[in-house]
Design a binder for this molecule. Structure first.
Ligand code: ADP
Ligand code: MG
Length: 723
């Protein structure tokens, strides 16, 4: 067999099931031991310093520099006790991953070594960060960027380094990360939601977002992974014929977890528990070698930070197990891709989930207000929301038969759907006192949305007390989707309150005013509600008829960031200034181009250096064979070798096609690269370069079916997916 593949298979066969992180006693004993939360910090600093941090966490108050010194020294003491030698600011630049630059605690003065960490190192760092994506926000001559400690997220120790969750901004203060706009969107949503919640309960002081992020991923044996240049460089396979068996028997979903995988899961869970990540669920997913883990939901910033940490942890721990975690949205053609279902709800400081239907009519009025506002927000910004999760990786997944379609819709479940239909059909809102309107409210004293009533084909589904944004990609930092959602809902809630106020000052009674606005919002957003099969052809036609815009092409969708409605949304709420939106637009296009460029290069290399040589070798064997038959049987060989002739022709045909198509692919790239404007370049890439890649892949995958298995150079799908 081809050496490369054979070696990988041999090596994979030696990889064993083993636990590496085994802790004594129950999880509760070590849960959170590597995080320095407020409670623990109290033991390391004075009451005054503790109060200052607490105020900063709870009310966003600025920390005094002198206090920062004391806190830093407390953190240092804790970290050193835990064996840490370094510290780093940990931030989330616009790359969907995290960034860290470790600094040693060690310092030497007068020949004496000691550990040093002061307030200014804690609060602010200046990473030499000129090579992070900045979308033109930073000129190279002032290439400085600042990372600044975000006290709302606790510091923790990973791999012997004290990690300090931080925001990342430019020299002139523009956001260069996903955290800043997310924190701002949370503030905007808080303000808006509080003002609506106070219509029903004036003791509400603040509203926060809760997130539960389900993480899907694939596992591939490290040796096999390393033998695939496409997996190592692109995170996905750019060629590969589907295996005879994939997921058609539906035997993987919720199946028994293989012991090697289970050992890996237990190991990363142990490490996650130490970081205070409350993992709850683990299971096999639909595709072979696809799995999922889910934590219990928590406050959004924490949930996002923890998800980013979890992904790092999983990658680190997987190395020990000779496994590779694949977070790509569509690593393998023909089987399901991976998402990061984003469960989103909003809750008051009085601990009321505003998306939980209540037990009494007035509580339901509150629920309906929030529900209607979300529905309206999602309708108004449906294209922006869908675009917020549009990446090259996710574009291979969305709209496939197993993933949410690339057009937004909301699934409410039959109970709620009927309620909304009834609300919508109410007659005159002027006569809000009429029995009918009261009846609507009264007729739903208790809503029990059927929790089992799941619609897996909906990109945005209501699941009883929260929305599940199912279209988010598995490798993404969800913050970029969450701040869009938060902003849209904040805008909608602001409008809701304004409309109610208007009616009230015109003399309307409050519950009637609220009901009238609910009705208006529901009526106007009717088109976004869809209870049927989102994967069906009918929905594609129907959604278009309803005027819902689908994300058919990623760079074309990015143009939504130029639409006034988008720019206004972010600017009015103070989430992103217009130049920050423009920077993100640039970065998105740039990232799209770069990723596709890498994929195009890789598929070209693989075809020229692996696939064609293997095909030629096999062709030569066939030619030898034909010669031999001719030597023995003379003229009869023509008839005897007719199938070899056909195969030889097929191989030649595919080889020629690949050569020509790879050349055309290079040309398409060159042509696109000549286009100065990044958005236009991305569009060319998305059409011409992508089209050529599909063609190349088709020939390569056909050759895989013809060429002797022994000679095929790359691990095949059946090996990658069924180790
Ligand atoms: P499923 O796969 O059936 O959707 P999971 O149990 O895998 O469900 O994940 C559900 C996620 O939703 C969990 O992370 C859970 O903690 C989270 N969740 C539950 N209630 C809420 C809520 N009120 N707000 C946000 N997330 C929630
Ligand atoms: Mg799940």
């Amino acid at each position: 067999m081809a050496m490369f593949r054979q070696r990988a298979l041999n090596e994979a066969a030696t990889h064993q099931t083993k636990r590496y992180y085994v802790e004594e006693g129950p999880v509760s004993k070590y849960f959170g031991e590597n995080v320095l939360d407020l409670d623990k910090l109290r033991g390391y600093v004075s009451q005054q310093a503790y109060d200052a941090v607490k105020a900063s966490v709870k009310y966003g108050e600025k920390l005094d520099r002198s206090v920062a010194n004391e806190i830093a020294s407390g953190m240092k003491a804790w970290a050193i006790e835990k064996g840490a030698t370094h510290y780093t600011h940990l931030f989330q630049p616009l790359t969907d991953s995290t960034a860290e630059k470790h600094e040693a605690f060690i310092s030497i003065k007068d020949g004496k070594a000691f550990e040093k960490f002061n307030g200014s190192a804690l609060v602010q760092q200046e990473p030499d960060a000129s090579s992070f994506p900045n979308g033109g926000l930073r000129n190279t001559f002032e290439a400085r960027g600042y990372s600044a400690w975000d006290p709302s997220s606790p510091v923790f120790i990973l791999d012997g380094t004290l990690c300090i969750p931080s925001v990342f901004v430019s020299y002139t203060g523009e956001a260069l990360d996903t955290k800043v706009p997310n924190l701002k969107s949370m503030q905007a949503l808080n303000d808006a939601a509080v003002s609506v919640a106070r219509l029903f309960d004036d003791s509400v002081k603040s509203v926060s977002v809760n997130l539960g992020l389900e993480q899907e991923y694939f596992l591939v044996d490290e040796a096999l992974y390393n033998a695939r240049p496409d997996l190592t460089l692109c995170g996905r396979t750019v060629i590969g014929h589907t295996a005879a068996k994939d997921q058609q028997l539906e035997d993987h979903y919720f199946g028994a977890i293989p012991s090697r995988v289970s050992a890996f899961m237990k190991d990363f869970e142990t490490e996650a528990y130490k970081l205070g990540i409350w993992l709850q669920t683990r299971h096999n997913e639909v595709a072979p070698n696809q799995f999922e883990c889910a934590p219990v939901f928590c406050e959004a910033t924490k949930a996002i930070d923890q998800n980013m940490m979890l992904m790092i942890l999983m990658q680190k721990v997987s190395e020990k197990h000779h496994l590779k975690v694949v977070f790509h949205e569509k690593p393998f053609d023909g089987v399901n891709g991976s998402g990061k279902h984003c469960n989103w709800s909003i809750v008051t400081d009085t601990n009321v989930n505003l998306l939980s239907p209540g037990k009494t009519p007035d509580k339901n009025l509150q629920f309906l207000s929030f529900y209607a506002s979300v529905v309206r927000a999602v309708y108004k910004h449906h294209y922006l929301l869908m675009t917020s999760i549009a990446t090259l990786g996710n574009s291979y997944r969305l709209g496939g038969h197993e993933a949410p379609p690339a057009v937004m819709s909301i699934f409410s479940g039959s109970t709620l759907y009927n309620v909304f239909q009834a609300i919508e059909n109410m007659k005159d809102v002027k006569s809000v006192n009429d029995l009918e309107s009261i009846k609507i409210v009264n007729s739903i004293p208790e809503i029990f949305p059927d929790n089992t009533d799941r619609n897996r084909t909906s990109p945005f589904a209501f699941t009883g007390n929260r929305f599940e944004f199912r279209a988010v990609g598995s490798s993404m930092n969800v913050a970029s989707a969450v701040y869009v959602l938060n902003s849209a809902v904040a805008e909608s809630l602001n409008e809701f309150r304004m409309e109610v106020d208007k009616l009230e000052s015109a003399g309307e009674e409050r519950s009637n005013a609220v009901m009238a606005v609910v009705r208006r919002f529901v009526k106007e957003s009717r088109n976004i509600m869809f209870e049927g099969n989102g994967y069906s052809k009918e929905w594609e036609i129907e959604s278009e008829r309803r005027g819902l815009r689908a994300v058919k092409n990623v760079p074309e969708a990015y143009e939504v960031y130029h639409e006034p409605q988008t720019v206004r949304l972010f600017a009015n709420l103070g989430v992103l200034a217009p130049n920050e939106v423009e920077a993100r637009f640039e970065i998105l296009n740039e990232t799209y181009v770069k990723k596709l460029q890498i994929e195009a290069r890789v598929i070209g290399d693989i075809c020229l250096n692996h696939v064609i040589p293997a095909a030629v070798r096999y062709q030569n064997i066939l030619i030898e064979n034909v010669r031999g038959v001719k030597d023995i049987f003379g003229e009869e060989y023509k008839e005897m070798c007719s199938s070899e002739f056909a195969t030889l022709k097929k191989i030649s045909n595919y080889i020629n096609r690949i050569s020509l198509d790879v050349e055309a692919l290079v040309e398409a790239r060159k042509k696109a690269n000549r286009v100065e404007n990044i958005a236009e370049r991305a569009k060319l890439y998305s059409h011409e370069v992508k089209d050529m890649m599909d063609k190349v892949r088709d020939s390569a995958d056909n050759l895989e079916m013809i060429v002797d298995d022994e000679m095929w150079p790359l691990p095949k799908y059946r090996e990658l997916l069924f180790f």
